[in-house]
Design a protein around this ligand. Structure first.
Ligand code: URA
Length: 252
């Protein structure tokens, strides 16, 4: 891909003409109910409520789970309070061996209703951002969130909720083996880096999640509120593309 982007691409990105812990010491492996015997059964339809009793079946380590087992475990998870307040878990979507992994914060109302990440207004902008670097959802791209259940009122997930849910994202990353991870917003960035920092201080550098290059940019929902920052997001995407090219990632 040529890096000197033309007006058409900037238009596509809407940049033109104006550039302007459940309980703190419980690990998820300990906390997650894993009804291993039910792994091959159809997913149950009944909603989980706050009254649903926690199960204490023996748990399988997440790092032993394949995609279908991991999906089931996320589906069945009641390890933090978010599950009682959401419609369904939102696992992630896309090419399970993608070079590109985009990580958001957590499902919003639209994602909660449809069960897929980034399907609302922020998702439309994310799709435009992908198109601007010649990517599209599902094709060499995987999209996931830090937390798999919608926080009430779209609030930021709490530290304990993030800590409880992160092992799922970690296992997704192990299975995908992406070449580049793009963190969308501060929640994803700090969860993947496991340290707190401002988004502004993290942008513009290639970080690492384990051995995987990690580029940090603004969350699309923030860009919808602050369109002048899209220029910076564009720089970040260019950095991600250059990083992907430098390590010989596959196109398309
Ligand atoms: N915001 C996110 O962080 N993730 C989504 O899936 C949707 C909106």
């Amino acid at each position: 891909m040529k890096m000197d982007r033309n007006e058409a691409v900037l238009r596509e990105l809407h940049l033109y003409p104006q550039w302007q812990r459940r309980s703190q010491s419980v690990s998820v492996e300990q906390a997650m109910p894993a009804p291993a015997a039910a792994l091959t059964e159809p997913l149950p339809a009944e909603p989980v409520t706050a009254e649903t009793p926690a199960e204490h079946t023996p748990l399988r380590p997440l790092d032993s789970l394949d995609w279908s087992e991991l999906k089931r475990q996320v589906h069945d998870c009641t390890a933090c309070k978010l599950r009682a307040g959401c419609t369904q878990t939102v696992f992630g979507v896309g090419d399970e061996r993608a070079d590109w992994l985009f990580v958001g914060e957590g499902p919003g109302a639209d994602e909660d209703a449809l069960g897929e990440p980034f399907v609302g207004q922020a998702g439309k902008l994310l799709d435009s951002m992908l198109a601007a670097i010649q990517l599209r959802r599902g094709k060499n791209v995987y999209i996931a969130n830090v937390v798999k259940c919608r926080p009430p009122g779209n609030r930021t997930p709490e530290a304990e909720e993030i800590a409880t849910c992160m092992p799922y994202l970690r296992r997704q990353i192990e299975l995908i083996q992406p070449k580049v991870i793009v963190a969308l917003g501060k929640t994803a960035a700090t969860a993947l880096l496991d340290r707190d920092a401002t988004l502004g201080s993290l942008r513009g550098a290639v970080h690492r999640y384990q051995d995987v290059p990690l580029v940090i940019t603004y969350h699309p929902a923030y860009l919808l509120r602050s369109p002048l920052e899209k220029a910076k997001a564009w720089q970040d995407l260019r950095l991600a593309v250059a990083t992907h090219a430098a390590i010989g990632g596959k196109n398309g």
